[in-house]
Design a protein around this ligand. Sequence first.
Ligand SMILES: NC(=O)c1ccc[n+]([C@@H]2O[C@H](COP(=O)([O-])OP(=O)(O)OC[C@H]3O[C@@H](n4cnc5c(N)ncnc54)[C@H](OP(=O)(O)O)[C@@H]3O)[C@@H](O)[C@H]2O)c1
Length: 248
Amino acid sequence: MPTILITGCSSGFGLEIARHFASREWDVVATMRAPRVDVLPTSERVRVLPLDVTSADSIAEVVEAAGPIDALVNNAGIGFLNALEGTPIEAARHILETNTLGTIAMMQAVLPQMRERRDGVVVNVTSSVTYRPLPLLSVYTASKAAVNAFSDSVALELEPFNVRVRVVLPGRAPTTRFGENARAAMTGGFPEPYQPLVEQVMAGWQQDTGPTTSSGDVADAVWQAVTDVSTPMHLPAGADAVAWSQGA
Ligand SMILES: NC(=O)c1ccc[n+]([C@@H]2O[C@H](COP(=O)([O-])OP(=O)(O)OC[C@H]3O[C@@H](n4cnc5c(N)ncnc54)[C@H](OP(=O)(O)O)[C@@H]3O)[C@@H](O)[C@H]2O)c1
């Protein structure tokens, strides 16, 4: 059976992607910063391993322990919601370190075996905010837009080795811990001059009754990206993301 390694499986999309592949006869290496076995079905096919994508040692250990990897899903990520003026540079570094460099470092660790085997697929999970930017998410958007552009370029250099790279861009998923974590990550609150904008943005989100994205939508999109070679380079996941990708 092929093996998939997924980052950030403790909750949200990563957990659903792990369940999705496990139920379809894949061997799943579900990675988490603090491993919890209780969230996934007990199965010989599912291994839960520790991984912090900001740690070179942690990455090296998990890749060694995982053995041959046919598919890598870079899903781990953190959100951050604030005006740029309310964003300490350490917070910006941490977001880029996790969302952007974490993805790059994971690919560097896994690619040699895929290139040698001349087979493999990497799916990078970014965000539909890169289709239609929103205020207060500038650093987060930058961290994900960088992965989009990085993926486009590295996909070309890996084509001769039959290693595919795809990007899945989810829409807004109010059901994951993501929004909560993004707000919790704010340090020192919003700067006072931006308060009216913050209230306007928050009210807009609360009143928004339009389509959102479920973890199932993202798992379906990742499944398509991994198993169907004709999947486009960038694949929106969720009805809102699809609409945004079409310029709505
Ligand atoms: N939810 C949305 O609205 C939305 C929309 C578009 C894109 N996305 C993207 O989708 C991905 C998954 O988000 P989600 O909604 O499922 O959020 P989530 O429930 O907060 O899950 C994020 C996962 O990333 C993990 N993580 C954070 N920092 C890590 C690190 N340094 N090393 C390893 N794992 C780390 C978290 O692990 P811990 O439990 O250890 O914190 C968690 O498992 C993220 O890349 C996010 O940017 C989310």
